[in-house]
Design a protein around this ligand. Sequence first.
Ligand code: FAD
Length: 333
Amino acid sequence: MNLEAYKGIMVYSEINGEKIIDNSLELIGEAKRLAAKLGNDTKVLAVLIGKNVKDFSKELINYGADKVIIFEDNKLEYYRPDLYSEALEKIVNKYKPEIVLIGATYQGEEIGPTTAKKLDTGMAAHCVELRINDKRELVQVVPAFGGKVLGDILCHDFRPQMASVKAGLMKKLPYEEREGIVEEFNCAIRGFGDNIKVKSVNVETKTLKSLNEADVIIGGGFGIGSKDGWQELEKLAKLLNGATGCTRPALDESWTEDEHTMIGTSGVAVKPKLYINAGISGAAHHTCGIKDADVIISINKDDSASIFDVSDFKVVADWKKIIPLLNEKLETL
Ligand SMILES: Cc1cc2nc3c(=O)[nH]c(=O)nc-3n(C[C@H](O)[C@H](O)[C@H](O)COP(=O)(O)OP(=O)(O)OC[C@H]3O[C@@H](n4cnc5c(N)ncnc54)[C@H](O)[C@@H]3O)c2cc1C
């Protein structure tokens, strides 16, 4: 493989709910940072795949993309991993980027590795840090053994070097008027043919904000004790116009059904202005996901719980004596 033929950093830009997800915009910011390290006028290419997606190009440029490559096709109206990964494969083969970054979302986790396999290259999933080493290779830092060890993954002999990153770990550039090129690309794609047909689309309605758009997050752990208890947390989140987040045990207990709300090593990293949490012990797997919260208030009945080590305010109490009262008070305001 002629590694020299591969240039530039490509970011797969995911659209969800009629907008480009923050995860992709953060990766454009990260790609710009890596491009500066690579030097040689390395460009950041954002890829948009779908039907009628052109209108998102300007936003990608204003967040830092030098070029936006658009692959529009009627077949791409609804997300399908077979068609989307084929489209991405074709784009990569044409533009030959040395690096491809993709959000570690449901979509990214499907089409990332699928595309890597089609391209016969490697992919490091859930990277927490990306660097360029002195050989101009991408160092993909991935946690192992529950976050106790960080491993550097390198893809010496194949291109592109592909990595996925969860939301909240990288930084968006400020949105400002920037110059960029928009280019359309098209070719035949087949996927699994006509055997798959979308019969209907049911959009889930959310009553709470998502974790990355909420200024206030109410976190709950195993100490909440029941689904009924969880509803008190959701009530507080609604009253404060926020979102709920959880630890692994709370998710395992199915008190919350949305697995995207797990915070920590295997979940998401959050950056709210206020993180109020209850019944959480403070395991490193969880606290690594809240380190960028501005203010942390923790409620735990155990005075020695390690969550207090990372908190700005500690409340040593049974949460049942605090949160329902808080809800009552807020309801009267
Ligand atoms: C590979 C790996 C990855 C992991 N990834 C994640 C991850 O991404 N996110 C994550 O969260 N975890 C993750 N975990 C699990 C993590 O190690 C911890 O086990 C988990 O975070 C603990 O959750 P918890 O604090 O809810 O439960 P516990 O540790 O059981 O703590 C419950 C707390 O509630 C308090 N409490 C009990 N009753 C009350 C009450 N009535 N009022 C007030 N306080 C009360 C207790 O004092 C205790 O401190 C991972 C583990 C592994 C091995």
